[in-house]
Each structure stands twice: as C-alpha cells, then as structure tokens.
Ligand binder design. Structure first.
Ligand SMILES: Cc1cc2nc3c(=O)[nH]c(=O)nc-3n(C[C@H](O)[C@H](O)[C@H](O)COP(=O)(O)O)c2cc1C
Ligand SMILES: *[C@@H]1O[C@H](CO)[C@@H](O)[C@H](O)[C@H]1NC(C)=O
Length: 234
C-alpha cells in the first residue's frame, strides 16, 4: 500500500472517530453544553397520565423490578431514614388488588356512582401491573422519638420522599415506553396488608398503574410561569 493511501486511511479513521465522539457528546448534552436540555428533562417533560392501558409490557417484568429496585435505593429521604416501602404487583396479583378495591367501593358508593366507579376500576385492572407505594410509620415514629426537635416534620418529610419516589417511578416507566397513572385507593390498606402479608406499620399512600399505551393522554393546560416562578439575581 502506498504511503499516500495509508495517510488518507489514517485521516479518514481519525475523522470518523472524531465524528463519533462529537455525535455521542451531542446526544449526551442534547441541546449542547449551553442548553438546559438533558435526557432527564426530556423524560420529565414526556411523563403524562395515561388511562388507556393494556397488559402488554413489551419486555420482561424483571426490567420493571430493576427500575423500582434502583429508585427505592436512590431516592432521598429525610436524615436518610428510608421510609419508603413498595410492592409491585403483576398480572393476577395486580388483578387481585383491583378486585379488592372494587369489592370495597361497592359497599361505599351509591348505586348511581357504582357504574362509573366500576368502569374506572376495570380500566386499571386491564393494565399490566401496579406499583403500590407505602410509608413505614415505624420509621417515622422512631425518627420523631430520636429527634424531637423535628417530630412534627417527619410525617411530611416521609410524604415528600414518597412523592419523589412516585414521580421518579412514573417517569422511569414511561421512559421505557409504558403508560401509567397515579391512583389513591388507600382505604384497602388493611386488606392489602393481609393479602400480601405486609408489616402492620406499612401505610398505603398511592398506586401507580402501568401498562402498554392504548390511547393518548388528555389535553393539559398550564398556568403562566410568571404566576409560579420568580427568579432573582440571574
Ligand atoms: C399528588 C398527585 C395526586 C394525584 N391523584 C390522582 C388520582 O387520585 N387519580 C387520578 O386519576 N390522577 C391523579 N393524579 C394525576 C393528575 O391529575 C395529573 O398528574 C395532572 O392532571 C397532570 O397531568 P399529567 O399527569 O398528564 O401531566 C395525581 C397527581 C398527583 C401529582
Ligand atoms: C398493548 O399496547 C401496546 C402498545 O401500544 C401494543 O404494542 C400491544 O400490541 C398491545 N397489546 C395488546 C394485547 O393489545
């Protein structure tokens, strides 16, 4: 091979390599280093409430478990108290939860309300699974006993850490292409504890229903940012 040819192959390879590096860096920074855009913000923006769901994940259940596993460990909590507790239900176990909600509500709602209530529950049951979020009241009480200065704050901080976990989970599952919606059928707390043999100190806070997307999210309106955000010294 001539030296000239070797030289041009060398420069082609270098150019190719540089292109790949810049392409990957561009992907990483999305809008470039001067833009606020990141993959994280893109996913936060893309998260919506999806009610029309089916039971197809399109990938293994272990992926959902791994996502939730990571978030349970990584989401922060006050004094690193780790007050969040989670149960993931798939398929028949998920169905069992929504049957329990259905039975419980039938005894509570009026006959007029029952049709719409049972229709709504049927859409949740048709999904692939539910993530149940709890706060461990034992952790909250122990903190209050050990750090009396903040005793009144701990329930709120546990709720806030729970909210962080719920939002992260919602966003992460939708980043995998699923749809999800957040529900609060917490009056089944005792029956859930019995069915899945959970510690009595776990208090049910919310349910994230997830599955394949079979419809689009509804319209969303936004109050002007000027009502919600003030910036000083920028
Ligand atoms: C703390 C909280 C509680 C919510 N509770 C419910 C609920 O009980 N049932 C429900 O269908 N949606 C519930 N939602 C969903 C909101 O209605 C929804 O997030 C909001 O309208 C914005 O729409 P988006 O999720 O599509 O962005 C809740 C959302 C949050 C953050
Ligand atoms: C469920 O929805 C997903 C995503 O829209 C789709 O790919 C899949 O075919 C659906 N599954 C069934 C059984 O309808």
């Amino acid at each position: 091979m001539s030296t000239a040819k070797q030289g041009s192959i060398f420069w082609l390879s270098i150019t190719g390599l540089l292109c790949s590096v810049f392409f990957l860096a561009g992907q990483y920074y999305a809008g470039g280093p001067t833009s606020a855009s990141t993959p994280f913000l893109d996913f936060v923006k893309a998260r919506r409430t999806y009610y029309a769901l089916n039971d197809t994940l399109g990938f293994g259940k272990e992926t959902v478990v791994e996502i939730v596993q990571d978030l349970v460990q990584d989401v922060p909590s006050a004094f690193n108290s780790q007050s969040n507790r989670v149960v993931i239900l798939f398929d028949q176990e998920h169905g069992k939860f929504w049957d329990t909600v259905s039975r419980t509500l039938k005894n509570i709602v009026t006959e007029d309300q029952w049709q719409s209530t049972s229709d709504r529950i049927a859409t949740f049951k048709a999904a692939a699974g539910s993530v149940l979020f709890f706060v461990d009241e034992a952790v909250v009480q122990e903190l209050a006993a050990n750090i009396p200065t903040y005793a009144n704050e701990f329930p709120t901080w546990a709720t806030e850490s729970g909210g962080m976990l719920q939002h992260s989970t919602w966003t992460a599952l939708e980043a995998k292409g699923l749809g999800a919606n957040l529900q609060h059928y917490n009056l089944v707390n005792e029956e859930v504890a019995k069915t899945w043999n959970l510690p009595a100190t776990w208090r049910l806070k919310s349910q994230l229903v997830f599955g394949g997307r079979t419809g689009e999210p509804g319209e969303k309106t936004f109050k002007p940012l000027s009502e919600k955000l003030k910036v000083f010294g920028a």
